[in-house]
Design a binder for this molecule. Structure first.
Ligand code: BES
Ligand code: ZN
Ligand code: ZN
Length: 483
């Protein structure tokens, strides 16, 4: 979508269609013209109507908060996408900060208009290609033109990095193996200040990343450890993101039932988010060194598959008894997290579709924020809210800590209790965090919202790009904390 920012009054802009918000059922504002028709149509909360006579789309909204604005523009897009309109115009609806409001309008259009049509033989692209944004606000408040342009640009970047993650996830496991993941990372490394190192199984062996290698053993596709670095001049801090990149999770010998296997192409969502985060950080010129470390592999079955009863020697030296090969994500992550700490992060954040238990606990809309530092979990929660992503902190305790005891090795890859599976998975990962980094580490379990089976909000069926926006909000937050 192309955005043209105009220093022209909303009414004076020429476009095929107009988008008008109806805030809390208030029809009084001068931009709401078709009052009688709207009343006849029983226009109420949640309503969206396109009136072809006046070529206006009216969208109801509760407030002018950022998330509400994202929802509004995605709904307006959907009302117009199958019409003959090539362009639409919208005024500004400013809430607490003009920058945030303008950025959110654009995010809603971009996220809501995403379509994954690679495997459709008949494509049906929308004619709507241009959005005019007037710098006139509904309350005649002023927003500086330069700020407005920046907001539009930033919103576009953030959404396009999120959409990049969606496309990675939506691509089938045959078309997107660890090799393609590495290829995608190399594309991102074409950006200024970004470099990328790709490591194969020889490196993994040399580094004793045996837990990661075990998961890969029965796959015909070789694994890749991907290390992307965005390093601007005068970087203030180093933030390392680690992503679970299971290009397919069949469960391994502890095979998943077929209905649970469907959608397991999305088990690379943590990795896809990490790609999106580095992409956005670089394109937004954020003043931090941002690393993206991805463990990419499949989890398959075969004669040489790793087995329940195996004991794995992880990179850190901790031995792991395998009791369930479907708890593979933590095995890949523990070696990647150990590797990541060699680079001395100021913050270390991993993202993974780690447990079905997290979805059971929090529902399909919400990611879990786990860790050891409860204050950091709380801080991340507050910040993530601004991005529009839903999260909840999950805290551990000393009793759950004992759940991964093993009789034969240092720890076991599954818990000995049926309860609290999202937290015990976090506890497992915490065993690989060195004392120095315990306060700086967070684990984000995005298993719920990563893949959408029934569309909600501005998320269509398929991947949502979960994790990208909340982590960029976190980096922005660090930026303001610094200054
Ligand atoms: N990739 C799955 C987790 C998952 C489940 C993601 C549903 C998205 C939706 C993970 O590897 C897994 O299978 N975890 C097991 C762990 C169990 C064996 C301890 C699970 O959640 O059942
Ligand atoms: Zn699994
Ligand atoms: Zn998995």
């Amino acid at each position: 979508m192309k955005y043209i920012v105009k220093k022209t009054k909303f009414e004076e802009i020429e476009a095929d269609a107009s988008i008008v918000l109806v805030i809390k059922q208030n029809f009084k504002h001068e931009w709401v013209k078709d009052r009688k028709t709207l009343k006849n149509l029983n226009f109420k909360d949640e309503s969206v109507v396109f009136l072809s006579e006046s070529m206006r789309v009216y969208v109801s909204c509760e407030s002018l908060e950022a998330e509400e604005l994202r929802l509004v523009t995605s709904k307006a897009y959907n009302a117009l996408k199958n019409t003959n309109c090539k362009s639409a115009k919208i005024g500004l609806y400013l809430d607490e900060c003009g920058y945030v409001s303008a950025k959110s309008l654009v995010e809603g259009f971009e996220l809501g208009s995403y379509e994954f049509s690679r495997y459709k033989t008949k494509k049906n692209p929308s004619k709507l290609k241009t959005i005019y944004i007037s710098n006139e606000d509904i309350n005649k408040k002023e927003i500086d033109f330069k700020t407005l342009k920046k907001a539009v640009n930033d919103g576009k970047i953030l959404a396009s990095s999120t959409n990049l993650a969606k496309t990675v996830i939506n691509t089938t496991p045959e078309d997107f193996t660890p090799i393609e993941m590495a290829q995608e990372a190399k594309e991102i490394a074409k950006l200024e200040n970004v470099t990328c190192k790709i490591y194969d199984e020889k490196f993994l062996k040399k580094e004793s990343m045996n837990a990661f290698l075990a998961v890969n053993r029965a796959s015909v596709h070789p694994p890749r450890l991907i290390h992307l670095t965005y390093k601007p001049k005068n970087a203030k801090k180093r933030v390392i993101f680690v992503g679970k990149g299971l290009t397919y999770d069949s469960g391994g010998l502890s095979l998943k039932p077929s209905s649970s296997m469907e959608t397991m192409k999305s088990d690379k969502s943590g990795a896809a988010a990490v790609l999106g985060i580095v992409d956005a950080a670089a394109r937004l010129n954020l003043p931090f060194e941002v690393h993206g470390i991805i463990g990419a592999t499949e989890n398959m079955i075969g004669g040489n598959a790793y087995k329940p009863d195996d004991v794995l020697y992880s990179r850190s030296g901790t031995t792991i008894e395998v009791k369930n090969t479907d708890a593979e994500g933590r095995l890949v992550l523990c070696d990647c997290l150990d590797y990541a700490q060699d680079f001395k992060p100021d913050y270390l954040i991993d993202l993974a579709t780690l447990t079905g238990a997290c979805v059971v606990a929090l529902g399909e809309y919400t990611s879990g924020i786990l860790g050891i530092n409860e204050k950091l979990q709380q801080e991340f929660y507050e910040v993530s809210k601004r991005s529009g992503e839903l999260t909840t902190p999950l805290y551990s305790n000393r009793y759950l800590d004992k759940a991964i005891k093993s009789e034969v090795a240092d720890i076991c890859n599954i818990s000995n209790t049926r309860y609290g599976g999202a937290i015990t998975a976090g506890v497992f990962l915490s065993k690989f965090i060195k004392p120095k980094y315990k306060n700086k580490w967070l684990h984000l379990d995005i298993a719920g919202p990563a893949f959408i089976e029934k569309s909600w909000g501005y998320n269509q069926y398929g991947a949502s790009g979960a994790g990208v926006r909340m982590c960029i909000s976190w980096l922005r937050h660090l930026q303001f904390k610094e200054s």
